[in-house]
Design a protein around this ligand. Sequence first.
Ligand code: ATP
Ligand code: MG
Length: 553
Amino acid sequence: MSEEKSLHFIEEIVENDLASGKYKSISTRFPPEPNGYLHIGHAKSICLNFGLALKYGGETNLRFDDTNPVTEETEYVNSIREDVNWLGFQWARERYASDYFDNLYQYAEQLIQQGQAYIDDSTPDEIAQQKGTPTQPGIRNAFANRNIDENLQLFREMRDGKYPDGSRVLRAKIDMASPNMIMRDPILYRIKHANHHRTADKWCIYPMYDFAHGQSDSIENITHSICTLEFIPHRDLYNWCIEKLHIFPSKQYEFARLNMTYTVMSKRKLLQLVQEGHVNGWNDPRMPTISGMRRRGYTPESIRDFCERIGIAKRENLIDVGLLEFCVREHLNKVALRRMVVCNPLKIVITTLGDETEWLQGENNPEDAQAAHRQIPFSKELYIERDDFMENPPKKYFRLAPMQMVRLKNAFIIRCEEVIKDADGNVTEVHCSHIPESKSGSDTSGIHVKGTLHWVSSAHAIPVQVNLYDRLFKVEDVANAAGDFKDHINESSVQTIPVAYAEPALANDPPDARFQFIRMGYFYADSERTPGQLIFNRTVTLKDTWAKEVAKG
Ligand code: ATP
Ligand code: MG
């Protein structure tokens, strides 16, 4: 974080609260519902909540918001833990809203005792009808007149399992004419005979989000409870509960959620992509999930950098995924090992060489002086990309062509002498001579060539699988595009090259190394490969090829 950067509005609030002595230190929480995997939007919230505590010397809890027994699973809890850790953050405490079911139950009885909550036997439809509209006040029904003892008895019977799902609810008695619809006697508890991932069958009544979140914050002494803009209307109820219960006055603040181009960011939609097989699981490298990005090769540093750059605002906007890719390239450029891999090989024979192999030095990373060198075998038979040769090139074609010279990366300048074809006229191999004085690092040839090609020695090459990923959706603003979001899926978002040819160093590189395959992009070993398999996912291209496509129109 640079010193000159101005504070965002939540930092300003925190600094004021600390300066005025309102709090001695701050506490935040990250409160995911364990009903899916975390996505890049959650990363923004994680960086904000943990970042504030780190910057101002406070603590952050990881709190699973598990009040809905039907959709929540332990698999999701585990993935969320792993993802927050991987992003580089440590929570002070791991908590669950379900840890507080006893407290919340007591709070509900307290409201009943205070005459501020009642049991309503109406059907969901009746409750909705009586609620009114934003321009029309609601109607409070006769159940609201029940006395305290009757309410208490009914609430206890609900808890004890005497009533079926949906037959009764506990409602707060607030104001059926409030301009804020959420304040029109909101439901606090509902009956749900369902097994909960942590409390099993202990409860058959569950608190609503609005009756769990603020109280959980309060129990944990959270000073700044940060959520996204859609919770603004909930703030009145958040404050009402805390005030009526006389508990620690946590405060809610809202910021704009992250929306990003060419992807979707809601767990419901992501779940659909997984369940309907549009992707191969939550950690498919095309998914905007943390686990997908990790598998694709994004680094925690680059995601944190991205979250820092997009900032914290009060108004929603759509962030260009190109910015995230820029951050990924920036980091990978500094840490990636340079390697050569040929995807679509064309055989080159260097006729001026004998049968011996020369081992050349190649920099691991020109950006990192500590990164040493690797040995690259150079021999008589090489592969280059088929695309890097043209028999009848246009002007300004700087790659290999008859009688034209190019440099082989980390090696020599070669010249194309003869093109060999099969009976159908397809080029099968290209014969070249090499300039012995032109060796990289000790070039005395005085020859300047414009093109540099990557290559591998065919006898030393190892086969690897390469997966090239593109955007999962074809339109920028998927959430607002016409029709179903799945109509906009990019059907060619992955291209697999089952056998590409890699320089041998790759066989001995650490399994978690980041790579730049020269001229091809940044790559990362696929975490789902079996031992011995060499499978690499393209993390990101070297340049923004998409911007070029758009410019071409
Ligand atoms: P989704 O809409 O994707 O299902 P959610 O808001 O229901 O997400 P939660 O598990 O409730 O998901 O979110 C945990 C925290 O992360 C909340 O504080 C929420 O506001 C925040 N969050 C969720 N999505 C985003 C986003 N796109 N940008 C920033 N913060 C987000
Ligand atoms: Mg939610």
